[in-house]
Design a binder for this molecule. Structure first.
Ligand SMILES: [Zn+2]
Ligand SMILES: [Zn+2]
Ligand SMILES: [Zn+2]
Length: 150
């Protein structure tokens, strides 16, 4: 278990959620895997970190984190099994090539103004966003590129 509470753990506690051992371990595993984890992959890593944490606790923690927008599911790797991505600082961005499936990550966006405008206009409270652009990557948009058919 991490000794120093991460920003996200603090957000959990501020939201009135108990920092149980299972929740903290799941959060720790998510934070240490910089990438995308399926629920099966997450379960495997949590079990490796602490075999006493049951499957149900892992899935309940994942559900809670998803509701709180600490993580969000994305279907980039498969159309049936979502991968969960952390939203560091509340956001996460992809450009996805619809031809070869390449996922390009980028860190910055310009959506803070849009988020506050939406909060005012729609009367909502926004916790974060997962932004996915679809198109063709540099290779696939080259003049001699092959468009894959499957
Ligand atoms: Zn491509
Ligand atoms: Zn990503
Ligand atoms: Zn963003």
């Amino acid at each position: 278990m991490p000794e120093i509470l991460s920003q996200r753990a603090l957000r959990l506690r501020e939201g009135g959620h108990k920092l149980t051992h299972a929740r903290l371990t799941v959060l720790d595993v998510l934070e240490k895997s910089d990438g995308h984890l399926t629920s099966a992959g997450l379960l495997e890593k949590v079990t490796a970190a602490d075999p006493t944490i049951g499957r149900a606790s892992v899935f309940r923690a994942l559900d809670l984190f998803t509701r709180l927008s600490l993580v969000r599911p994305t279907y980039i790797d498969s159309s049936v099994t979502p991968s969960y991505v952390l939203l560091p600082d509340g956001h996460h961005h992809h450009v996805i090539c619809t031809n070869c499936g390449r996922v390009i990550e980028f860190a910055d966006c310009d959506l803070t103004a849009l988020a506050s405008e939406l909060e005012t206009r729609l009367g909502v409270k926004i916790h974060g966003h997962l932004l996915e652009f679809y198109g063709l990557c540099g290779n696939c948009s080259a003049p001699d590129a092959k468009i894959e058919e499957s």
